[in-house]
Design a protein. Sequence first.
Length: 498
Amino acid sequence: MRKGLFFWFSILVAAGIIAGTVFFFGKVPERVVDTAMAIPAIDMDSPRFFFEAGPGQLGPELPEKMVEEAEESVRSLVSGLSDLLPLATMAERSSVLGAWVANEPVFYGSFLLQPKHLKDIQEGRIPGPWLESSSGLTLGPSEREGILRLTAGKGRVVLFLRGDREFLLASHSFEGLDRMAKALEGLQERFKADLSVEPLWPAHLALFDGKMIAQAASLRGLKAPDVPIALELAWNRRPDSGGIAWKAEGLKEWLPEQIREKITPMAWGGPVHFPEPLIAALGVSVPEGLGGLIEKDLSVPDWMEEAGFDRSSLADLIEGPLVASVGGQSRVLLFSLPGILLQLPSRGAEGIRWIEGLWSNKWARFAFSPQPVRGFNSGGRLSIPFTMIAAANEDLALAGVINDSTLGRPVPVDQVVPVGKKDAVLWFFADLPKAADALESLSRITDLADRFGVDETPDPEDLASLIGELRSMGQVTLVVHDLGSGMGSWKGAEVPAQ
């Protein structure tokens, strides 16, 4: 009797624990499967790439032009990669390591597949989603029982496949598959990716060149730093938006030291004008002293020389934050076009002198009198024969071909462009559907130009194709925090069906 009571009491306790878990977490905890457990360790000084991704993080195939325009020496590799990409796309999770070890290429791929797809492959059939997005694939038996031989890239790439539990394992050799099986069992040391960029994001790519780029440059007689290059990339792709982040080591050493030391991030909290509607904008921090390095290459217009500017003073004017944008509206004769605007924040007296020099030495010859612009005590605007603005105060100097009514009010950069909380040396924003609208308007002008016999106008079909592509891309943002890290984002893009 007591044993019976104890049995039913245990059942009730277990049920209570499960019910509590469901109540507090909303669902039964999911099983976590790590495909990287099947990737064996390699010599970490070897050139390599490591890739892992969850579902929905990859497109079904590489761009067709990328395969067609690849150099002959690597075309088979690119073609093979294009054939293998659909496998990673249809997998619930993928981990892939490719490396050059002891002068030999090695490949380890671990893919978590749906049971029906894994069964197809084990029975010698290529699953439909994989076959539909590839060309030149063949799958058949190998010399070892239970192992299949896959050829891709029109027969130039050969891999061996084997199912192990819920995983599909792929390697360059039978021995490679044996190492993967041992790694999965815990009998072989596993590869450690040590991912540090957004480790919780679902997709990562890590590259390490093992000094190969530096060695190749040295063989061509170029001066190259004796350091390897490492790049880590992470991304998170959602139905209509996404983010990307990266970290690089060994790249900044390729820049001259006098330039490298001067490039420092800055905060972008100061107000600037963003034309309405805004199509694209670029901000860059031109470091102090960099203007002096390029001073000899600067070309000074005659009107600026007449205003008292030489190469040195023009170089000093360039240093600091610089913002360029496309948007708003401008008018040139009878045509309405997007405006173009250049802004130099925090230039003080130098900015005012630049604007005053522009008006007094350039436009005075044509007897044009600029109208004042609200908020600026120097310079002004024109509306005939085209819209132009060039104005300055102690905080900001700006010039461009734009109607001042579409100039937009001054706002902090991060209020319009998602630059993040960190300082940055460069940022870029583009609203590509609005760029498509602008190109569509430009195409009408192109048609008119054709009627007047103007040569070298864009091909209408190419322009229409570009407009269609831009409309599908949404808004994009790119932020370079420093010489070794950055981030990007996109939203409103049309994601092709998987």
